[in-house]
Design a protein around this ligand. Structure first.
Ligand code: NAI
Ligand code: MG
Length: 341
């Protein structure tokens, strides 16, 4: 519990269903007992709607607001087609705030098709690798090159973050995923740094796995994995693959974490096809808020939300796309009822 002051949370709903699932989740956070946890929410506009009004999807003051907050909640943004000066808000936030760890949990929840026993946390490097942004086309126009950058600094901090997470959460194993048999230099370095760092964590098992084998094993025996750490592109793909083991987009949450600030978001986009109808599934955003509470070391409040989610799913409190009849606000009402029980 934070006895000194309420947590300052910067809220960035964005576009489309971001404007529905984020306010709904804020209501849920506000229903947590005030004598245990309290928040001060500050809101800001980002995204395509804001661009149409102001000429930019993200103003510099917003970066400052996120920096000054204990954490931020981000909804989703719409990417408009063919606007040259439009940039991705979330990618800009990750770069400018140096949010180098992308965390993607996949865990069993009682929903149709979910794999029992799965409880994974993927740490994806968020700033370099094949997404370095360094690309060129040769003069003849027929050869395109993207540079894959792996640095000691970038590797050490993501691998250390994975081990520290494992230690703090009593996780048993860290699996480092690479393709060092082919990418000998870049992934050779990443793998070597993993071996070095693992020697400082004797109570945590360390294992290495080649990315193609990992893609198969995630389907075959996902319950055998615990914490996974990998480079940018591999993490991007494996985390989406993993999310399909336990409910897919509707339950996929993520955290973007740096040394000084963090942003939590659902993985899904702005869903323009259902926006404004009040039927968006809020669970992914609720689980992002739960991750935020864990990041703030508020495990008691995080567990309250988690138990409410499990309880609601057991009695099929589901939105339309999952075959249910509940609206966004009815799901949140059910969760609030369970938190207060
Ligand atoms: P999307 O995730 O918005 O939607 C894909 C499908 O899943 C749609 O049929 C949608 O209705 C459904 N869906 C997604 N979230 C849902 C929820 N919470 N409840 C119920 N149904 C849900 O992806 P799409 O359609 O490819 O992109 C739409 C816009 O969102 C695009 O402009 C895209 O660039 C943007 N986008 C933004 C992201 C972000 O802000 N991080 C991530 C992905 C896409
Ligand atoms: Mg998102």
């Amino acid at each position: 519990m934070n006895a000194k002051r309420p947590y300052r949370i910067c809220v960035l709903p964005g576009d489309g269903i971001g404007k529905e699932v984020i306010p709904a989740t804020v209501m849920l956070l506000q229903s947590l007992p005030k004598n245990q946890i309290d928040f001060e929410f500050t809101y800001d506009e980002v995204g395509y709607g804001f661009y149409q009004k102001s000429g930019t999807p993200l103003k510099d003051e917003t970066l400052e607001k996120v920096r000054a907050s204990d954490a931020a909640l981000f909804g989703a943004i719409t990417t408009p087609p063919n606007i040259p000066d439009y940039f991705s808000v979330i990618i800009r936030l990750r770069q400018r705030l140096d949010l180098y760890s992308n965390l993607r949990p996949t865990r069993f929840y009682p929903i149709a098709g979910a794999r029992e026993g799965v409880d994974l946390m993927i740490f994806r490097e968020n700033t370099e690798g094949l997404y370095s942004g360094i690309e060129r086309v040769e003069d003849d126009g027929n050869t395109a090159i993207t540079e894959r950058i792996i640095t000691r600094k970038g590797s050490e901090r993501i691998i250390r973050a994975a081990f520290e997470y494992a230690k703090k959460n009593s996780r048993k194993k860290v699996t480092l995923v690479h393709k060092a048999n082919v990418l000998r230099e870049s992934d050779g370095l990443f793998k070597r740094i993993g071996q070095e760092i693992s020697s400082h964590y004797s109570s945590i098992r360390f294992e290495e796995m080649i990315v193609d084998a990992m893609a198969m094993r995630l389907i075959k025996d996902p319950e055998n994995f615990d914490v996974i750490v990998t480079t940018n592109l591999f993490g991007d793909i494996l985390s989406d693959e993993a999310s399909m083991l336990c409910g897919g987009l509707g339950f996929a949450a993520s955290g973007n974490i740096g040394d000084n600030c963090a942003i939590f978001e659902p993985v899904h986009g702005s869903a323009p096809d259902i926006a404004g109808k009040g039927i968006a599934n809020p669970y992914a955003t609720v689980l992002a808020a739960k991750m935020m509470l864990e990041y703030l070391d508020e495990s008691g409040s995080a567990a309250k939300i988690d138990n409410a989610v499990i309880g609601a799913l057991k009695v099929l409190v589901l939105t339309k796309e999952l075959g249910g009849k509940y609206t966004t606000s009815q799901v949140i009402d059910e969760l609030i009822k369970r938190i207060r029980e």
